[in-house]
Design a binder for this molecule. Structure first.
Ligand code: GAR
Length: 220
């Protein structure tokens, strides 16, 4: 089977990058990471790339006067490495049309909330402070909005009475590491059909838990 070529964009720790690397190394994901691009110097994600012999490139925004120029450089690096699918893995920048048009519906993002709730930054804390009973994470195609593109897959986690925002963040991150490789494999298998805002998965498995309640229902 032909493997898809990934370009992964990062800005930080790179635990999602690591989950993709691990899935590939375990033979569960038919993909090759051709290049990792960071917009932040010295981040752990760059070290992780080097450990796994993946080409890693720093593109420092300070060297570019506009966001479009920065994105043009990102596109150039992705094209040199023959990337098919772009993976934003904790990449903390808003994309310009330069990047979006170069990879139409070929850019995925992961967000640590159940979109469309809690778009933007620090959303685990915001969901916790709001008092939601469930939160989670979302993989979606990127578009010109912030966290607004068509949703591919979501995972739900409970928020407990005695929770902390930090514990919630870790619970969400654990699910991120499961759904991102799955979304990429759906793509690699050609099982994603985009229909306006909706992304249909060909031949989805059966859901074990079609309804969830938190706190659990008692007599109902
Ligand atoms: C992840 O929780 C990811 O969902 C979030 O940043 C973290 C990166 O962690 N992304 C966003 O908030 C984008 N809006 P990582 O560097 O360990 O993968």
């Amino acid at each position: 089977m032909k493997k898809i070529n990934l370009g992964v964009l990062v800005s930080g720790g790179g635990s999602n990058l690591q989950s993709i690397i691990d899935s590939i190394e375990r033979g569960r994901l038919d993909a090759v990471i051709r290049v990792v691009i960071s917009n932040v110097p010295g981040v752990r994600a760059l070290e992780r790339s080097k450990t796994h012999n993946i080409p890693a490139v720093l593109i420092d925004p300070e060297n570019f006067s506009t966001r479009e120029e920065f994105d043009r450089e990102v596109v150039a690096v992705l094209k040199i490495h023959c990337v098919d699918l772009v993976i934003m893995a904790g990449f903390m920048r808003i994309l310009t049309p330069v990047l979006l048009k170069a990879f139409p519906m070929k850019i995925m993002n992961i967000h640590p909330a159940l979109l469309p709730s809690f778009q933007g930054l620090h959303v685990q804390q915001k969901a916790f402070d709001y008092g939601v009973k469930f939160s989670g994470c979302t993989v979606h195609f990127a578009d010109e909005g912030v966290d607004t593109g068509p949703i591919i897959i979501q995972a739900v986690v409970p928020v407990y009475d005695d929770d902390t925002a930090d514990a919630l963040q870790q619970r969400i991150l654990k699910e991120e590491h499961r759904i991102y490789p799955q979304a990429i494999q759906f793509y690699a298998d050609g099982r994603l059909e985009i229909d306006g805002r909706k992304v249909h998965i060909k031949d989805p498995g059966t859901m074990e838990t079609p309804g969830m309640h938190n706190p659990p229902l008692e007599k109902f």
